[in-house]
Design a protein around this ligand. Structure first.
Ligand SMILES: NC(=O)c1ccc[n+]([C@@H]2O[C@H](COP(=O)([O-])OP(=O)(O)OC[C@H]3O[C@@H](n4cnc5c(N)ncnc54)[C@H](OP(=O)(O)O)[C@@H]3O)[C@@H](O)[C@H]2O)c1
Length: 266
């Protein structure tokens, strides 16, 4: 069977759970070589073991997206082991469940750091290698919250909107170097994202939102991301009926303004 990702070197952040874990398993099935990052080394090792890849083909590289000042050194570690990097997936992130007026500056900065600046820093650390290779793929996980603001998501939504401005610009600047950029906008995917979302006090929300419980599986989301990379798509929306809101805002903004106010934040 044709395996277009065979031997490709793929670095996934947020690989210890949810969509990132599903991506790791999907790429492993394709016989890609993987770098798995997140904070929890034990969970990364669990995922690494589940991939069934031999140690030669996998690197567990834990770090905190809240501080990516050492991104260049991390990228150098990847190059030391694999000699190249074909696909970077900026997937790790944290959602928010707090009103703007209750949210501290510290929380707002953390949400921007983890959801926006980390993707910028890690991408900039791998781009020189991709330029040298004359090929590469940068993938970034935005959200439908990157398309419109929503209750309890002010800074999360701001960070996701920022990704579009940055990575659309980066795409224009690097496509002539052989580098492709894909922006992924999931709607609702069944992961622990709502449980892990940060509250005004910077603690975790610790509740599974009803809208996530019945949502698309992370495995399905991962399959669509792999297909979108192969098809060199620039942007992809992934999810269920919640994606209609994106079309509604674009084509019927007044109708959207009424509909969005009736949605539950959970
Ligand atoms: N699920 C959805 O409905 C949905 C919708 C739209 C967009 N998204 C986006 O999809 C991406 C993946 O989310 P998910 O649904 O898979 O969420 P998840 O199940 O909560 O997983 C989040 C991942 O990010 C990692 N992470 C979180 N904070 C981190 C930090 N400070 N440093 C390093 N790693 C960190 C976590 O690992 P550790 O805890 O081990 O660090 C975990 O691997 C996110 O960018 C999210 O915004 C998800």
């Amino acid at each position: 069977m044709n395996k277009p990702f065979k031997d490709k070197v793929v670095w996934i952040t947020g690989a210890s759970a949810g969509i990132g874990e599903a991506l790791a398993l999907a790429f492993a099935k394709e016989e890609a070589r993987l770098i798995l990052s997140a904070r929890r080394a034990n969970e990364l090792n669990r995922v690494a073991q589940q991939t069934g890849l031999p140690p030669l083909d996998i690197l567990v590289l834990p770090f905190d997206l809240n501080d990516t000042s050492k991104a260049t050194a991390l990228a150098a570690q990847v190059i030391n082991k694999f000699g190249r990097i074909d696909i970077l997936i900026n997937n790790g992130g944290n959602s928010q469940r707090s009103e703007a007026m209750q949210s501290s500056e510290a929380l707002e900065r953390q949400l921007m750091e983890v959801n926006y600046f980390s993707a910028v820093n890690i991408s900039k650390a791998v781009l020189p290698y991709m330029k040298r290779q004359k090929s590469g793929h940068i993938v970034v996980l935005s959200s439908i919250a990157g398309k419109f603001g929503f209750y309890l998501r002010s800074s999360y939504s701001a960070a996701k909107h920022a990704l579009h401005g940055y990575f659309e610009s980066l795409r224009l600047e690097t496509e002539t170097l052989g580098i492709s950029t894909l922006i992924v906008c999931p709607g609702k995917i069944k992961t622990n994202i709502s449980i892990n979302a940060l509250t005004a006090q910077g603690e975790t929300h610790n509740k599974m939102d009803a809208s996530h419980e019945k949502a698309m599986l992370a495995e399905t989301c991962a399959t669509i991301i792999l297909q979108s990379i192969l098809q060199k798509k620039e942007e992809v929306l992934i999810g269920g009926k919640e994606l209609l809101a994106v079309k509604l805002k674009r084509f019927f903004p007044k109708w959207f303004a009424t509909v969005i106010r009736k949605q539950s934040p959970y």
